[in-house]
Design a protein around this ligand. Structure first.
Ligand code: C2O
Ligand code: CU
Length: 537
């Protein structure tokens, strides 16, 4: 038995000896798994799997739809970060702190080529009521080549009572992005408390190939644990990670979705702050991966299960034509090493197949050939240089090449891990020499291609444009990317958010000579402002 298959029930049944062996083998934080139960809420009040209906987050309506000075369409949106409540456990009102007060926030959906401005107003309490930190925020649109001052730079913070307008170019190919908090040192708590949501960019290529509208379904996965009073509890095991015992899909615990007998597209986002997943259908049928973080992959990939790290997005097709009305199909979680699992974390959600009529029968097939992209066409021969990055533990902190965000701050935000010229192609090799933890590493600004994993081909499901790479236990990955679209300073960090906050984050600069003035300085070029806007701005 490994740590990932430990449940409270099985530990109880096996007794102490087995538990001690398990703790010694699998748990890097050196605690006894038996003493760990995630939620403190009374058992009878806990949510149960497959007891609540599936829900889609609302789509955010733009405030204005106009044409910008450059002639391109422009949409403006406004969001307020504020306290709200969610009924996650039946009959219990749980405080959340999210965009417009909900967990997750509303979905933004628009066409590539339409620019957007997202106004984010921080009306959160000055201090997080249960976790006690200053409630400053910074909003990152993950997957967008935004300018540095609109990229959610961790130290470009917006305190309560202030707002910031974020401008997004949206010129990239269709993809599933997400926006989430990135405030320095409290990103984990803030994303966990609700500050996360999907953002969809559409285009012609994706519209021609993949299911749309009713059959294009966001699935934002997260996990939580409850305190005795029904609030969300937070325990990151000395910054190793937080593993809740309740799996949420769009904020609903283990929901059940009614589906028709046709092909559906699911945009699966792992918004858990630490947990990774390995989704699998209960029927043993394959999932078809059609898009990764940066959009469509060249060739659809059929997989029986796949490893899904934090912040990664996989778009998968499920073909419900093969099932009978009345049949229940479960989406399960096989888990991965160095997660902490509980009685029901092996389940994600269920689909109940109905015989309801299908009105839209277009794109009701499983495609094979999709669309390539410039990043998937890059070859190693184009690279100007190769850089090596180690993700590691040192001096009680999570580090990249022995350095942390603290070192960046102490340098007056000058220290960079790399400084490619504009348009340079580079190979970055990232290595994790530990067997005790995994690191999903995110590089801002770019899409990259995974050239190899431990010297072999990448997994089938990651043969598409990526911006997060799962650097698993004792793994080394080679990535290739072109530094284009914007100049300036961008972050790179682990997306296990307690690791990011403590303090596995650094920055690189693109097309900037060391010490040269930076017109797009991420902190000073366009900072937040006091919010005297009135209720409807
Ligand atoms: Cu999704 Cu720098 O983050
Ligand atoms: Cu990490």
């Amino acid at each position: 038995m490994t740590a990932r298959s430990v449940s409270r029930r099985s530990l109880f049944a096996l007794g102490g000896a087995a538990a001690i062996v398990t703790a010694g083998v699998g748990l890097p934080w050196g605690e006894d798994a038996q003493t760990k139960s995630a939620s403190k809420l009374a058992d009878k009040r806990m949510p149960r799997p497959y007891a609540q209906a599936f829900r889609r987050p609302p789509v955010l309506a733009p405030r204005t739809v106009t044409t910008g000075a450059d002639g391109a369409p422009l949409r403006t949106y406004s969001l307020t970060e504020r306290a709200g409540t969610a009924e996650i456990a039946p009959g219990i009102s749980t405080p959340v702190y999210g965009y417009n007060g909900s967990l997750p926030g509303p979905t933004v959906s628009l066409d590539a080529g339409t620019r957007s401005m997202l106004r984010v107003r921080n009306q959160l309490p000055a201090v997080h009521p249960s976790l006690g930190h200053d409630f400053h925020t910074s909003t990152h649109l993950h997957g967008s080549a935004s300018k540095p001052q609109y990229d959610g730079y961790a130290s470009d913070i917006t305190p309560p009572g202030y707002y910031k307008d974020y401008y997004y170019p949206n010129f990239q190919a269709a993809r599933t992005l997400w926006y989430h908090d990135h405030g320095v040192h409290y990103t984990a708590q803030n994303a966990y408390s609700g500050l996360a949501a999907q953002y969809h960019l559409h285009d012609e290529a994706e519209r021609a190939l993949l299911p749309q509208d009713e059959y294009d379904v966001p699935l934002t996965l997260s996990d939580v644990m409850f305190a005795a009073d029904g609030a969300l509890a937070y325990d990151d095991n000395s910054h190793s990670g937080l593993w809740g015992d309740v799996i949420l899909v769009n904020g609903v615990p283990w929901p059940v979705m009614k589906v028709k007998r046709r092909v559906y597209r699911f945009r699966v986002l792992n918004a858990s702050i630490s947990r990774s997943y390995r989704p699998q259908l209960s029927t043993g049928d394959p999932l078809t991966v059609v898009a990764t973080d940066g959009g469509l992959i060249p060739v659809a990939q059929q997989v029986l299960n796949y490893r899904h790290g934090n912040a990664e997005r996989y778009e998968i097709l499920i073909d419900f034509r093969r099932y009978k009305p009345g049949q229940r199909v479960e989406l399960r979680n096989l888990s991965n090493d160095n997660n902490r699992d509980y009685d029901h974390t092996g389940k994600i959600m269920a689909f109940d197949v109905t015989d309801e009529p299908i009105l839209d029968t277009s794109r009701n097939t499983i495609p094979t050939l999709l669309v390539s992209s410039p990043v998937m066409a890059l070859t190693a021969a184009q690279a100007k240089r190769t850089r090596k990055l180690r993700v590691e533990r040192g001096n009680g902190e999570w580090q990249i090449n022995g350095k942390t965000w603290r070192d960046v701050v102490d340098s007056g935000y000058q220290m960079v891990l790399a400084n490619p010229d504009y348009n340079d192609v580079e190979i970055w090799e990232i290595e994790n020499k530990s067997g005790g933890w995994f690191h999903p590493v995110h590089i801002h600004l770019v899409d990259f291609q995974i050239l190899s994993r431990n010297g072999k081909a990448p997994f089938a499901w990651e043969k598409g444009p990526k911006d997060v790479v799962y650097v698993g236990e004792n793994e080394a990955v080679r990535l290739i990317m072109r530094f284009e679209h914007q100049r300036g300073k961008y972050m790179i960090h682990c997306h296990n958010l307690p690791h990011e906050d403590h303090d596995m984050m650094q920055q690189f600069s693109v097309g900037l000579a060391a010490g040269a003035p930076d017109p797009d300085d991420p902190i000073n070029a366009d900072p937040c402002r006091p919010d005297a806007l009135g209720p409807d701005a």
